[in-house]
Design a protein around this ligand. Sequence first.
Ligand SMILES: [Fe+2]
Length: 567
Amino acid sequence: MPVSPPTEVVASGVPAQLARDMTIAEQHDWLQTFLRRRPVSRRGLLLGGLAGAGAATLGTTPFGRAAYAATTADAPLLVGGRHTAFGADPARQLRLTGQLTRNPGRGKVLLDIGPTRNLGGTVEAEIRPLLSQVPQVDGSILRVEQFYVHAAFDRLAPGREYYYRFRVPGGATTPIQAVRTGHAKGRHGGPFGFTMMGDHGSNTTPPGDPRGVFDDDYYKDDNEPTVAHASAITAAIARLDPHFHLLAGDICYADPSGAGKPPKRTTTGAPPTGFDNYDPTVWDVYLSDIELSASRTPWMFATGNHDMEALYSPHGYGGHAARLDLPTDGPKGCPSVYSFVYGNVAVLSLDADAVSFEIKTNTGYSGGAQTSWVERTLKAYRADPDIDFIIAFFHHCAYSTTSQHASDGGVRAAWTKLFDTYQVDLVLQGHNHLYERTDPIRANAPTREAPDGSTVDPAKDGTIYITAGSAGRPRYQFQTGEQETYRGRIVPASNVVPNSYVWAPDGTKTPESISWSRTRYDNYAFVAVESTPGTPGGTSCLTVRGVNEHGTEFDRVTLRRAVPHHR
Ligand SMILES: [Fe+2]
């Protein structure tokens, strides 16, 4: 098995025949050496810029490869792609981010913020430039410099709305937008909701790129061809107006590879082949696409195999540090690993790239630091009387049955015993492009049946695992003979799947017959969760729903935990 399976790892400009045996760190070193011989000239740089003010007014994205090419120094400076995040303390910390259409030069970008639409406060935003250099098949190098603006607030009031806008030199502003801080830890903030999905991508073609290569539209005839699935999922989430959103990795697919689609550019052109699949401007259209929800709702990201971008150090995650704002309370050296508490729910974002047996491009990079942090963190949360539910989300699946990836033994070996010990209530996974929910599992086996509509006691019953890599990329299939089973179409006694498999340490598939597969839905979907905190001596509930791209619920399970009496 290659270290970097060509269709599963971002092609960042290293020839394919070399990249397949390289880790992300080795690919990064190769690129650095290659690029050192070709220094950047300012003339060769595609700096952020507008193709023309008219393009923006017509509603097309001002970003993308063509827009950069058309840059002039006096192109309008605007902020787009606004997205928000929590810091490690959602009750007090918000991170507000956007992307500039071009280099602001010495100009300052300001952020106005306040508790009403009158705003009232102003801070200077931090500008993070990101230079991307991608060797191309024809010997040239695609060079793009993007500029992101960030504002961090650490001492806000819990559970309230704030209004903000970005302001650029010359006075142009973004519309005033509301965003919310989280409930303080505990049960006093009342009910709240959040959503989750993975494997998203974009239905928008970056300007200057061919249609159907870097967007999700190449496969649309596979189901409901008139629906732009990734956009429909974002819109359905925005309609729910959740208090936060979790994305379990494989965020924007800035390279077009991946199961269901052969790489188009790496297989053409004269040797050395394997250059040029990665296009950093896909991030521009992606951040514009999710702005509908992410400018209002904090989007919290985990990293998947398509988020390891060898251009950027460390571990291929350096680009995310420029574009996104992830909490920094995780283990040292693991930038996409973190946790936060929202009301009575603790959430851990884990990096399954570091433990996968299937795709080993980043496997082992944390040297065990992540897993010992997982243990410490779970132990502290489970001992905290103000926290009822613990949720972990990450990319590769501990328990899933699809024909493409199924279950990853590396995830099981690293974490599932810890999930048992500390009674993790719910695990949310991506990677497999469909929806699958298990019965509660403990010690690698289901403990009871949990059909649609049932109520589960995780403390007694174990952990429910949901796969929802169903946010926009081409759908996967279940195993041969394995049927979908969901509300209105329940197949009795279909929880046994005799022909699934789990990835072994040597990268081969170990066949397994499993009996924990309860709900299977092979269509575009996300998870919607509502937390209803209880009172002392009562019960806290977590309602977990499978919802399709049209907003229709097809699966539901309620988790409950006893709330301790006053001490
Ligand atoms: Fe994936």
